[in-house]
Design a protein around this ligand. Structure first.
Ligand SMILES: [Zn+2]
Length: 336
């Protein structure tokens, strides 16, 4: 199953011989149960089951099975809209300083299908709350690119949950630190693990942020859709970016998808040479541009739905406010 495949990929890090990986994954090998459970969230959740002996703990990492549907359709939408044959060489040209290259050169404009499919996807999740039903099958030609993206995204999400376990977030009292701080910390550990796995698997450094970028853009789209449906105010990546730049406040339960994405890019840039960082930036920039292009067309539709009285369903949120800790409490409804 998809979840256990991610665990196997992570367990192979023992083979790197690096002490931090050997220690953590030797210890965790038989202590982590990965399973699917209907949580209503398009994200992972790491738990220390109630009553667990703190001296000899076993952990759960749970994902709603619908998460895999979401990431499956999302990866197909993005892969359908990207000219991935052009992407490689354009990113390389950008990496060596060619400023004339634009991320929009990799977008397959004029193809209405990805837009229609994304519209259906967001409507099913946020407006109807049903998850994906009756979505159209995708073209064969995008399969391997989309598959690579979603495999990276699934790895990153599971690695993020391992990040909570490794950091000790599940044992910490919830009041000891702001939840958003734990989220950003788990992202960094999760990214280090993801990067090391992709390195072992021979994925070139500049493409390693693709899956995480896809996941964060998916969360951003859910946030934007929910916001517009709930408030009737136009909301876009620029609004989310402004919130990200102003930084999360200690009172915030969760950082925005864009804060999380920006932190990862920063982390990447501090560990890789400038040309690889530029190529990675190009690819992440493409996901952002594409999301903007989609939203320019889709955003107004959700404002119309708001005017007609449609409100977001309280399921299928992209984030988890307090996912760590022993108390699995209801995530409070978004106030804004
Ligand atoms: Zn988390």
């Amino acid at each position: 199953m998809i979840l256990n495949r991610q665990r196997e990929r992570l367990q192979r890090l023992i083979g790197t011989g690096l002490p931090e990986f050997v220690e953590n994954f030797s210890y965790l090998e038989h202590r982590v149960t990965l399973d699917t459970l209907p949580t209503g969230e398009l994200n992972g959740r790491a738990l220390l089951p109630p009553g667990e002996n703190p001296a000899d703990p076993l952990y759960w990492i749970l994902l709603d099975p619908t998460f895999f549907d979401f990431i499956y359709f999302l990866s197909n939408v993005y892969a359908s809209a990207i000219d991935f044959k052009a992407l490689g060489w354009l990113a390389r040209r950008f990496a060596v300083g060619d400023e004339s290259v634009r991320t929009t050169d990799c977008i397959r404009f004029g193809d209405e299908r990805p837009l229609r499919d994304l519209s259906d996807l967001l409507q099913m999740f946020v407006v109807h709350g049903t998850g994906p039903v009756a979505l159209r099958p995708f073209e064969e030609r995008i399969f391997s690119f989309a598959e690579a993206l979603r495999n990276q995204a699934a790895l990153f999400v599971v690695a993020h949950e391992y990040g909570h376990i490794i950091r000790g977030d599940l044992k910490a009292q919830q009041s000891q630190q702001a939840p958003w701080l734990a989220e950003l910390g788990a992202d960094i550990v999760g990214w280090r693990l993801t990067n090391a796995v992709l390195n072992m698997e021979g994925t070139s450094p500049e493409t390693r942020l693709g899956g995480a970028a896809l996941f964060f853009m998916g969360l951003a789209l859910l946030e934007m859709t929910r916001h517009e449906l709930a408030t009737g105010e136009p909301w876009n990546l620029g609004n989310l970016e402004a919130a990200a730049l102003s930084g999360p406040k200690p009172s915030d339960s969760h950082p925005t998808a864009l804060t999380r994405r920006a932190r990862l890019t920063h982390e990447f840039e501090s560990h890789f040479p400038p040309d690889q960082a530029r190529a990675a930036e190009f690819i992440v920039g493409l996901f952002i541009d594409l999301t903007n292009q989609f939203w320019i067309r889709l955003g107004p539709n959700f404002l119309v739905l708001h005017q007609k009285g449609q409100r977001p369903k309280p399921v299928w949120k992209g984030y988890i406010g307090v996912e760590q800790g022993q108390n699995v409490s209801e995530t409070p409804e978004e106030a804004n």
